[in-house]
Design a protein around this ligand. Structure first.
Ligand SMILES: N[C@@H](CCC(=O)N[C@@H](CS)C(=O)NCC(=O)O)C(=O)O
Length: 202
């Protein structure tokens, strides 16, 4: 497998899961400002959607969309427990979280990186995000993980998008459960290895 990624972007979620599951995979860096890979390829030729993550499977197929790639990777190593067994209510709950993180957090924070965002629109986005962070804080409470008593693919995704608050100077101190959640997840071996490999930490 080959994962097309950009340091710190949402592609870090599958990168974390690869590490947590111990799955072999090569990494190919993509410069999103030029839509070009480190190897000099036009990224649109690889993924016509133009965005990361994209996972090239060993049979040559390309899989896209964070939530789907995460499920696929977890299914390659069911014993890792990164996703509950298909068909169980626990599985639907984790998918419910993936969908929430994708549409209600990832796609709400993303526009904050747009240099053309106006101060008014930024505030609108921030107000929405604050409501999402309130809900997440309430659900996390003092729990270590988003769902159940073990790390799942939903944690890999939530950690990745909440990590963007650091780049955007959004103070998570207003949401103590989120801050302690981030600190605990960051300390995991698979997470810190992925972050180090992406050049985010030393
Ligand atoms: N719907 C996609 C969105 C992926 C996405 O937003 N990727 C961003 C980085 S976090 C990106 O590559 N943006 C560059 C672009 O769209 O050209 C998914 O869930 O995987």
């Amino acid at each position: 497998m080959k994962l097309y990624f950009t340091p710190g972007a949402c592609s870090m979620a599958p990168h974390i899961v690869l590490r947590e599951a111990g799955l072999p995979c090569t990494l190919q860096k993509v410069d999103l400002s030029k839509h070009q890979t480190d190897a000099g390829e036009d990224f649109y030729h690889i993924n016509p959607k133009g965005y990361v993550p994209a996972l090239q499977l060993d049979n040559g197929e390309l899989l896209t969309e964070v939530a789907v790639i995460l499920q696929y990777l977890a299914d390659q190593k069911p014993a890792s427990g990164l996703s509950p067994k298909a068909g169980t209510m626990d599985h639907y709950r984790v998918i419910e979280w993936l969908n929430y993180i994708s549409s209600e957090v990832h796609k709400q924070i993303g526009p904050m990186f747009n240099p053309k965002i106006t101060p008014e629109w930024k505030q609108v986005q921030m107000d929405t995000l604050a409501r999402r962070f309130d809900y997440l804080s309430q659900r996390l409470g003092g729990h270590e993980f988003l769902y159940g008593d073990r790390f799942t693919i939903a944690d890999a995704y939530l950690f990745t998008v909440l990590n963007w608050t650091g780049f955007l100077n959004i103070d998570l101190g207003k949401w103590p459960p989120l801050r302690s959640y981030m600190a605990k997840i960051a300390a995991r071996k698979g997470v810190s290895e992925a972050m180090r490999e992406e050049g985010l930490v030393k």
